[in-house]
Design a protein around this ligand. Structure first.
Ligand code: PMP
Length: 391
């Protein structure tokens, strides 16, 4: 089934990596449920019963989309940031964390002080070797936290190989799939991952739901992420007399975001990530080739130019302030891109410096531009950006 998205005529949206437009399937699913909207897990009435069922069916659909195994928990959160913070809170005491300096802040900042931050690698192979060496040094089983695809360069990380290395050392791996899941298949079981985090709003499902999916044992043993109604099995009169639920409920206290979950599930049941990947490959190849022809434009990258990537390209225009370029693209051409350091400050600064060294240009700006594509992006959108940049 083809998934289509909502949009506004005359606006060329090339900012999918920040927030993707709403899939029609998500909008339709929400519209259909709205008359029945009621409390989840709390009422005997028909509306509540239907809403509860819709919420749990959504959990199953999202878990299936992510390849969750029996025994994995699929926990609804607000977004990827929330999902990774939840996992950080559930880390067993003394678990070392290993991550890379290339991460989005959401996968850099929630981890305990003292987490090992491996240097930005210059190839997927270097990432694997660095992880192997780091895990060899540790004397306790670690959690490896890594992105599936960079939100700055779109480059994909070798998550299956990193998972194999992690497991060889008795470690677990969590993948920040915020940018991978909208563009390519991700399957927890096939890739042998332990945890995956995604954001609905990047997956064509607004309404504010994200997900942490993965192994249940740490999550069931951890203190509840939020405490309150819904997370308990028993609450007695004494303050210490509380027994917490296990399973997703343990970390989902309070009334959940039913519409967010249903919207995300609607996308998960209609999106074909393999087809998306094929279409986006062609768009990104044209975008990168076009950018390479514009004098003074330098692409940001960690790996070789041929490395596998999703539909995201960041670049700088020599001698031009990135915020000004982005504002001109919006004002004069109706094109929306992102500018800045993309919540990955250490990585983006470093890649701009590397681009300066590679091109020999000393007039690169301190921040960058990012164009990102997805469902509904056309070749003419890409051509419009290229010709606007040329001008
Ligand atoms: N990880 C990556 C790779 C991202 O691109 C983003 C969003 N830019 C996040 C995490 C955080 O996502 P959210 O803001 O939805 O929590």
């Amino acid at each position: 089934m083809t998934t289509t998205v909502l949009g506004v005529p005359d606006q060329i949206n090339l900012d999918y990596a920040a927030t993707a437009p709403c899939a029609r399937a998500a909008a339709d699913a929400v519209a259909e449920l709205l008359p029945w909207y009621g409390s989840v897990h709390r009422g005997a009435g028909a509306l509540s019963q239907r809403s509860t069922l819709a919420y749990e069916v959504a959990r199953q659909a999202v878990g299936d989309f992510l390849g969750a195994r029996a025994g994995d928990h699929v926990i609804f959160t607000r977004n990827t940031t929330d999902a990774l913070n939840l996992l950080a809170r559930a880390l067993p005491a003394g678990t070392p964390v290993v991550t890379y300096g290339a991460e989005h802040h959401a996968n850099l900042l929630p981890w305990p002080v003292g987490a090992v931050r491996l240097p930005v690698p210059d190839s997927p192979g270097a990432a694997i070797r660095a992880l192997d060496a780091a895990l060899r040094q540790l004397d306790a089983p670690a959690l490896v936290a890594v992105t599936g695809a960079s939100n700055v360069t779109g480059e994909r990380w070798p998550v299956a190989e990193l998972a194999a290395v992690a497991h060889r050392h008795g470690a677990r791996i969590a993948v920040d799939a915020a940018q991978l899941a909208p563009h390519a298949p991700i399957d927890i079981a096939d890739l042998d991952l332990d945890y995956v985090a995604v954001s609905g709003h990047k997956l064509y499902a607004p309404f504010g739901a994200g997900v942490l999916a993965g192994r249940g044992d740490w999550l069931d043993a951890a203190p509840p992420y939020l405490t309150g109604g819904g997370a308990t099995r028993h609450v007695g009169a004494a303050t210490h007399d509380v027994r917490w639920a296990t399973g997703p409920a343990r970390h989902e206290a309070g009334t959940p975001n039913l519409l967010g979950a249903v919207a995300l599930a609607a996308v998960c049941t209609t999106l074909d990530p393999t087809a998306v990947q094929a279409t986006e490959r062609a768009l990104v190849a044209r975008l990168r080739a076009g950018l390479a022809e514009i004098p003074g434009v330098a692409e940001l990258r960690m790996f070789d130019p041929g490395a596998e990537r999703v539909g995201i390209v960041s670049f700088v225009v020599a001698g031009r302030d990135s915020a000004e370029v982005a504002a001109e693209l919006a004002r004069d051409h109706g094109i929306g891109v992102r500018d800045g350091l993309f919540c990955a400050h250490p990585l983006t600064r470093r890649l701009i410096a590397e681009a300066a060294a590679r091109t020999g240009r000393r007039d690169l700006p301190p921040t960058a531009l990012r164009a990102s594509v997805g469902l509904g992006t056309t070749e003419s959108d890409v051509e419009a950006l290229l010709s606007a940049l040329c001008r």
